[in-house]
Write a protein that binds this ligand. Structure first.
Ligand SMILES: NC(=O)C1=CN([C@@H]2O[C@H](COP(=O)(O)OP(=O)(O)OC[C@H]3O[C@@H](n4cnc5c(N)ncnc54)[C@H](OP(=O)(O)O)[C@@H]3O)[C@@H](O)[C@H]2O)C=CC1
Ligand SMILES: CC(=O)N[C@@H](CCC(=O)OP(=O)(O)O)C(=O)O
Length: 401
């Protein structure tokens, strides 16, 4: 099998993987190569024992809430991950079912059946993605073995102030010690802290699309922190898979509507992140809208620039802040970000435009709410926490058309 090393180097050096792929007889090793092809960071050449070691030493991953939209999205990403292997999946009403029966698009995957959280065996798991509704999440996380690394996709550990949590989420926090430990996981902003965290609070989808463009501009003092107006739009998968009358096709199709006006629970999360960046209290006007599309999110943000600052300055700042970032892309001047151009990917596309009113600018950012707004960013974070290159398993191009 010494030839494997040359297969690997010929693939990694020459990009001729498809040609050699069929010559690799061992299906497990072939699978490894297929998976490695999505990880840009895979070493240039590996010998056989290194390959074996990588195959057998995958981290064992639990997905809590595998029967939901963010759960199924993390599974979609994980099945092609070279260093992670799903060993546990949980559901609530759908406990006992196979993933293929609940999500037919995943029927080809050989995965464990879903079990109830109370019946889950965590001895077989190194890390979990917690894709559960807020409120229930904190109690479940509190009951997990404390050697597990956790990325929580719910809102339960995002707000540092437990009184604020109570005010916006209508219940007292039941895991306040863990809340103190949690690191807010906006990857591009808090990479170092995330690397050393045991529990990461993955940001909400709206806050991700809003904070990514605003934090660098606020830190550089290029925009006024008063008078920030944010208009956001989300696809319906943002509301989860649970059946709700308000999310019926007839209620969503052929129109859009605003909701949560002045009181959406992402307001304190957005203000917490922007206030940290400003080192002073920031308040925002934020109105989300529901769009007749399954996935995608756009935030259109109206800001007042600091005296003497131009949109060119905002553009330059975002360009230098994100120039080495894999997943945040500042488009060329005048190019308009579209949600359809990031669909199914972990990218955030953004741009800055001069307003007609002097001194004001309009910033547009787009993400896929289920990927950069949820499961993709969660995987980016767990990669960091487990010592993997951050982009591992995330280099899918957007699905278009
Ligand atoms: N959808 C999105 O775009 C985003 C969602 N989030 C957050 O991620 C989390 C998951 O969201 P999403 O996947 O959309 O939600 P879904 O409603 O689609 O899925 C919820 C999951 O949790 C399980 N579940 C529900 N109640 C319980 C319970 N009491 N005990 C154990 N398991 C339970 C469900 O199981 P079963 O199906 O068997 O009932 C299902 O697997 C939420 O906190 C959400 O706010 C964050 C960012 C974006
Ligand atoms: C369209 C839609 O309903 N979206 C959800 C936000 C999704 C999200 O990010 O929620 P978490 O904060 O729980 O993670 C909402 O407005 O509540």
């Amino acid at each position: 099998m010494g030839t494997l090393a040359s297969f690997s180097s010929s693939y990694f050096d020459g990009g001729c993987f498809l040609k050699v792929q069929n010559e690799i007889k061992d299906s497990k090793i072939r699978k490894f190569f297929v998976k490695a092809s999505v990880a840009s960071s895979t070493p240039k050449s590996l010998n056989f024992s290194e390959i074996k070691a990588q195959i057998s030493e995958k981290f064992r991953i639990g997905v809590l809430g595998a029967s939901g939209y963010t759960g199924s999205e993390i599974i979609r990403l994980l099945v092609n991950h070279p260093n992670f292997e799903i060993t546990l999946m949980t559901a609530d009403r759908k406990a006992g079912q196979s993933i293929g029966s609940v999500f037919p698009h995943l029927v080809t995957q050989d995965l464990p059946d879903m079990v109830a959280v109370k019946d889950a065996d965590f001895s077989n798991v190194d890390a979990v993605f917690c894709c559960l509704p807020h409120g229930t999440t904190q109690e479940i996380i509190k009951s997990l073995p404390n050697n597990l690394k956790i990325v929580d996709l719910s809102a339960d550990f995002r707000l540092r102030d437990v009184d604020e949590y109570k005010e916006w989420y209508g219940q007292s926090h039941k895991a306040q010690d863990l809340q103190k430990e949690a690191v807010y996981g906006l990857t591009e902003i808090s990479r170092k802290e995330i690397q050393n965290a045991r529990l990461v609070a993955n940001p909400g989808c709206y806050p991700t699309s809003i904070q990514l463009p605003l934090i660098p501009l606020i830190k550089a003092k290029l925009i006024e922190v008063r008078n920030i107006i944010i208009d956001s739009k989300s696809g319906v998968s943002g509301a989860g898979r649970g059946a709700k009358e308000a999310n019926l096709y007839t209620e969503i199709a052929e129109g859009i509507h605003s909701y949560g006006i002045t009181r959406h629970r992402h307001v304190p999360e957005i203000e917490q992140g922007l206030s940290d960046a400003a080192n002073s209290e920031v308040t925002v006007s934020f109105t989300p809208h529901l769009m007749p599309m399954s996935r995608g999110m756009q935030s259109t943000i109206y800001v007042e620039m600091a005296p003497g600052v131009s949109t060119q300055d905002l553009y330059q700042e975002l360009r230098s802040f994100y120039e080495n970032e894999e997943f945040v892309t500042l488009l060329k001047r005048n190019e308009v970000p579209h949600t359809r151009h990031v669909r199914g990917s972990n990218y955030c596309f953004m741009n800055v435009f001069p307003d007609r009113i002097p001194g004001r600018a309009i910033i547009i950012s787009v993400i896929d709410n289920l990927v950069k707004g949820a499961s993709g960013q969660a995987l980016q974070n767990l990669n960091l926490m487990m010592g993997n290159p951050e982009n591992t398993g995330l280099l899918y191009m957007p699905l278009f058309p």
